[in-house]
Ligand binder design. Structure first.
Ligand code: ARG
Length: 472
């Protein structure tokens, strides 16, 4: 049989058609250019299906053996780069099946018994994504560990905390970093949750209605490791839903978009902190670039790109939800458009995670610059108000007293702690010499010794909690 005949034969619908597709339509409808990435999942799914067909007596043991042999050869061909992907064969599924038939003959043609490309592609994407989610979970753990490490070292370092990007109150730099650990730990939780709904088996739904062959879908699910937390097979329970459901892809992309948004927020801070006007940190040279015209420049390209790539992943989420919104049950070819956004989301997120694990570990912290900035912004004004409240003033009155003190300090170009005691007492006679401890940045920090607060003792407690949770 010539390759041409085989290609024609593999198109089950070809006898019905009286004219060939134009090259343009072929290119438009084919997905092999990108979905060949699913080849491993496709073969894994096919082998599990074939094993079950044989166990159920739907195909013979000899056919099963031939399919196994053919798939082993195809695996080797793809891995060595010797496999010839053909646009004429539309997608990864038809390419592999056609090659299988070429190698093992009729056994290859029996593989498709009781299944359709509709349940096949849904299975492949789930198998592929499931493993990517596991890899992303591992990277999220690594990133959190890197952040915890830097947070631990900087528990005592004082940073001006901002609201509205105006100096608000002093915070521990370690505390600030642990805020991102909270975000990324929620991302990891979300990924775990998406994993459960991704790791379910559509195969056996066939085109849309199920199949008349006595399939054992639960056996296939177990073979593929599609099981729930109790080890029970996880099988999509409605054939129409099974072939058309892409919720898992949307949920994953939503979780990925949120994770990228966390990176984007962190990136924005890194960019600000590295600018000369802040000068709080430095990033290792390997994450930055120079300027072709300004010799003094060192630009934080990596965080800027992470911020930019966030837009692209959010775009993929918009693409996927829009892809689904008008689709009637069951499978529609629209669904072929789920792959490129999904693949790019995985690639972008994984690369960002990998790079940030390194970037975070290599941050140079400049504690003096941070502290100087905290001193400039009257960051302990709230502490003075709290001090007065503890001396019996109602909070609103204390707030007013401190506002006057800050106004004077600004006029004099001095920090509150630099005003003489007599001047301070002029605002309220309850003020005593012990006020200076309260007005110090460190006093302010230490005072916030409440669960979740910024006192270094709390930061260390959080570091210990995270270390235990992350097995660090
Ligand atoms: N390449 C297709 C996709 O990605 C596979 C399923 C095709 N099914 C069909 N009935 N044309 O969705």
């Amino acid at each position: 049989m010539s390759a041409n005949q085989l290609d024609k034969k593999s198109q089950a619908w070809s006898a019905l058609f009286s004219e060939p597709m134009s090259d343009l339509v072929k290119r438009y409808t084919a997905s092999v250019g990108f979905d060949q990435r699913l080849w491993q999942a496709d073969i894994t799914g096919s082998l599990a299906h074939a094993e079950m067909l044989a166990a159920q007596g739907i195909i013979g043991a000899d056919d099963h053996a031939a399919i196994q042999r053919g798939m082993a050869q195809i695996t080797q061909e793809i891995e060595s780069g010797g496999f010839e992907w053909k646009l004429d064969l539309e997608d990864v599924h038809l390419n592999i099946e056609a090659r299988l038939t070429q190698i093992v003959g009729d056994a290859g043609k029996r593989l498709h018994t009781g299944r359709s490309r509709n349940d096949q592609v849904a299975t492949d994407v789930r198998l592929w994504l499931r493993d990517e989610i596991t890899a992303i979970g591992g990277l999220l753990t690594e990133l959190q560990r890197a952040l915890v490490e830097v947070a631990d070292k900087n528990a005592e370092v004082i940073l001006p905390g901002f609201t509205h990007l105006q100096v608000a109150q002093p915070v521990s730099f370690g505390h600030h970093l642990l805020a991102y650990v909270e975000m990324f730990s929620r991302d990891a939780e979300r990924m775990g949750d998406v994993f459960r709904r991704t790791n379910r088996l559509p195969l056996g739904a066939a085109a849309l209605a199920g199949t008349s062959y006595p399939l054992d879908r639960e056996r296939v699910a177990k073979t593929l490791g599609m099981v729930d937390a109790d080890g029970n097979p996880a099988v999509c329970q409605n054939s129409l839903d099974a072939v058309s459901d892409r919720d898992f892809a949307i949920e994953f992309t939503a979780a990925a978009a949120l994770c990228m948004i966390h990176f984007s927020r962190m990136s924005e801070e890194l960019v600000l902190w590295m600018s000369q006007n802040f000068g709080f940190i430095d990033l290792a040279d390997r994450f930055c670039t120079g300027s072709s015209i300004m010799p003094q420049k060192k630009n934080p390209d990596v965080p800027e790109l992470a911020r930019g790539k966030t837009g692209r992943v959010v775009g993929h989420l918009m693409g996927l939800i829009t892809l689904m919104k008008g689709q009637p049950l069951a499978y529609n070819k629209d669904n072929q458009e789920d792959k490129e956004p999904l693949f790019d989301t995985v690639d972008t997120l994984k690369d960002t995670l990998r790079i940030f694990c390194e970037l975070v570990a290599g941050i140079t912290v400049k504690p003096e610059a941070m502290e100087r900035a905290a001193l400039r912004g009257y960051a302990t004004a709230t502490d003075l108000a709290d001090y007065l409240v503890k001396k019996g003033l109602p909070f609103r009155d204390a707030h007013e007293v401190v506002a006057h003190a800050v106004k004077m300090a600004i006029g004099e170009g001095l920090d509150l702690s630099a005003l003489p005691l007599e001047t301070l007492r002029g605002f309220n006679s309850a003020i005593d010499a012990d006020v200076f401890e309260v007005l110090s940045l460190r006093g302010s920090l230490n005072a916030r010794n409440v669960l979740g607060g910024t006192a270094p003792a709390q930061v260390r407690a959080q570091v210990a909690r995270h270390r235990a949770r992350l097995g660090q």
